[in-house]
Ligand binder design. Structure first.
Ligand SMILES: *[C@@H]1O[C@H](CO)[C@@H](O)[C@H](O)[C@H]1NC(C)=O
Ligand SMILES: *[C@@H]1O[C@H](CO)[C@@H](O)[C@H](O)[C@H]1NC(C)=O
Ligand SMILES: *[C@@H]1O[C@H](CO)[C@@H](O)[C@H](O)[C@H]1NC(C)=O
Ligand SMILES: *[C@@H]1O[C@H](CO)[C@@H](O)[C@H](O)[C@H]1NC(C)=O
Ligand SMILES: *[C@@H]1O[C@H](CO)[C@@H](O)[C@H](O)[C@H]1NC(C)=O
Ligand SMILES: *[C@@H]1O[C@H](CO)[C@@H](O)[C@H](O)[C@H]1NC(C)=O
Ligand SMILES: *[C@@H]1O[C@H](CO)[C@@H](O)[C@H](O)[C@H]1NC(C)=O
Ligand SMILES: *[C@@H]1O[C@H](CO)[C@@H](O)[C@H](O)[C@H]1NC(C)=O
Length: 322
C-alpha cells in the first residue's frame, strides 16, 4: 500500500555540494535555534504587490527562510547567498508568488518563484555566490527502503534580463557568460541525524537538469560512471569528493531539461549497486532534499523562473495488519 506523505517546512537553508564551510553551519544552527541570521537583511529592497489574493513578494536578503501559506505540503524558500561577502560585486533577489488562502492546484504544488541575479566572477577557490533554493523537510530523515516513489514535476526557464521568459535560450546565456546550474540536492547517511547535516552526511546526491558555462559536477573529468533513463530523460552519473571529503554523486541530464515529470527514486536505488567506493544502502537515510540554482557569475542580470514545481515523496507502508 502506498500513501501520500506530506512534507513540512524546516528552517535550514542549504548549500549545494557542501562547499559552504562553517558559515552555513553556523547560520543553519542559528535558524534551527530560532536565532536571527548573522547578516542583516536588506529589507529596504523587499517589495510586495497583491491582486485578487495573489501576492508577489520580493526578498533580497542574504539569508531568509520563507515558508508561504499552504493547504498541504509546506515548502521553505531561501535566497541563501552564502558566498556573498563585503567584497562581492552583484546582487540577487527572489520573487515568490503566493495565494493568500494557500489553495494551490495540488497539495504537493510549491508556490511559483523566480530569482534575478548578477555577480562578477568570484575567486577560483570560492566561485559560488549563492544557492537560492526551495526545500522540503520535517518528515525527513527517512530510511531509503521506506520510500516507494519520489514523484517530481518541474518546469523552469533561465533567461537574460530581469523578467521571466517562456524559454531558455542557451546561446544567449553563453554570450552573457552565465555560469550556473539547476539542480536537486539530497543528502544520505547511515545515521538519521547525520543525514540531516549537509556538512557531515556521507553522501550528497545531486540531479542536474542543466549546467551552463563552466558549472561542472564533481568528478566530471573522470567520465561517466553510469547512465540511466528516467521517463525519456538520460542522466549520466559522475562521482567525486568535495572539499569536505563527502562523496558527491551527480546525475547530470544529457540535455538541458526544462520540463520533467517522473519518479526519481530509481536514481537513488541504482546506487545500491556498488560503484567504486560508493556503498549506498537501503538502510541509509535521506536527511535533506532541496531544489535550486547554484549561482556562480554572469555579465548581465539573469532570471531563473520556476512556474511549476511539485515534489511528492511516497512512502511504502510496511506495517502488516494482523
Ligand atoms: C553540522 O556539523 C558541523 C560539524 O560537526 C557542526 O558544526 C554544525 O553545527 C552541524 N550543523 C547542524 C545544523 O547541526
Ligand atoms: C518581483 O517582485 C517585485 C515586487 O512585487 C516586482 O516589482 C517585480 O516586477 C518582480 N519581478 C519579477 C522578475 O517577477
Ligand atoms: C483562493 O484564492 C484564489 C486566488 O484569489 C481564488 O481563485 C480561489 O477561488 C480561492 N479558493 C478558496 C477555496 O477560497
Ligand atoms: C538586476 O537585478 C537586481 C535584483 O537582483 C535588480 O535590483 C536590478 O534592478 C536589476 N537591474 C536591471 C538593470 O534590471
Ligand atoms: C509566454 O507565453 C504566454 C502563453 O503562451 C504568452 O501569452 C506570453 O506572451 C509569452 N511571453 C513571452 C515573453 O514570450
Ligand atoms: C537566442 O539568442 C541568440 C543570441 O543572443 C539570438 O541570436 C537568437 O535569435 C535567440 N533565439 C531565440 C529563439 O530567441
Ligand atoms: C541530447 O543528448 C544526447 C546524448 O548526449 C545527444 O545525442 C542528443 O543529440 C541531444 N539532443 C538534443 C535535442 O540536444
Ligand atoms: C512521463 O512524462 C510525461 C510527459 O513527458 C508525463 O505525461 C508522464 O506522466 C510521465 N510519466 C510518469 C510515470 O511520470
Amino acid at each position: 500500500m502506498v500513501f501520500r506523505w506530506f512534507l513540512n517546512a524546516g528552517l535550514l537553508a542549504l548549500p549545494i555540494a557542501a562547499t559552504v564551510g562553517t558559515l552555513m553551519g553556523i547560520e543553519a544552527h542559528r535558524h534551527a535555534a530560532g536565532l536571527p541570521p548573522l547578516f542583516h537583511s536588506d529589507s529596504h529592497n523587499n517589495g510586495r504587490t497583491t491582486r485578487d489574493g495573489i501576492s508577489n513578494t520580493r526578498y533580497c536578503d542574504l539569508f531568509n527562510p520563507i515558508s508561504p501559506p499552504s493547504k498541504g505540503q509546506l515548502y521553505t524558500l531561501n535566497p541563501n547567498q552564502w558566498g556573498v561577502t563585503e567584497d562581492t560585486s552583484g546582487s540577487l533577489c527572489v520573487n515568490i508568488t503566493t495565494i493568500a488562502n494557500g489553495s494551490y492546484p495540488t497539495t504537493a504544488t510549491a508556490p511559483p518563484f523566480s530569482v534575478t541575479w548578477q555577480f562578477e566572477p568570484g575567486p577560483t577557490r570560492q566561485p559560488v555566490h549563492a544557492f537560492p533554493n526551495i526545500m522540503v523537510d520535517d518528515v525527513l530523515p527517512v530510511a531509503l527502503a521506506d520510500i516507494s516513489q519520489l514523484d517530481f514535476n518541474i518546469h523552469w526557464t533561465y533567461s537574460v534580463g530581469s523578467t521571466p521568459a517562456n524559454q531558455t535560450n542557451i546561446s544567449q546565456l553563453s554570450s552573457n557568460a552565465v555560469n550556473t546550474n539547476v539542480a536537486l540536492d539530497l543528502f544520505f547517511d547511515t545515521d538519521p541525524q547525520t543525514a540531516q547535516n549537509v556538512s557531515l552526511a556521507r553522501y550528497e546526491m545531486m540531479v542536474w537538469f542543466a549546467g551552463f558555462g563552466n558549472a561542472r559536477p564533481f568528478g566530471y573529468s573522470n567520465g561517466i560512471a553510469r547512465t540511466k533513463d528516467v521517463n525519456g530523460t538520460i542522466f549520466n552519473l559522475y562521482t567525486g569528493r568535495n572539499g569536505l571529503g563527502q562523496q558527491v554523486l551527480t546525475w547530470f541530464a544529457s540535455n538541458t531539461t526544462e520540463r520533467f515529470t517522473g519518479d526519481l527514486y530509481p536514481l537513488i536505488s541504482d546506487l545500491f549497486l556498488p560503484y567504486g567506493d560508493v556503498r549506498l544502502s537501503r538502510t541509509d537515510y535521506l536527511g535533506v532534499l532541496s531544489f535550486g540554482t547554484e549561482v556562480f557569475s554572469s555579465s548581465a542580470n539573469v532570471t531563473f523562473w520556476m512556474p511549476t514545481l511539485s515534489i511528492d515523496i511516497r512512502k511504502s507502508d510496511t506495517v502488516t495488519v494482523g
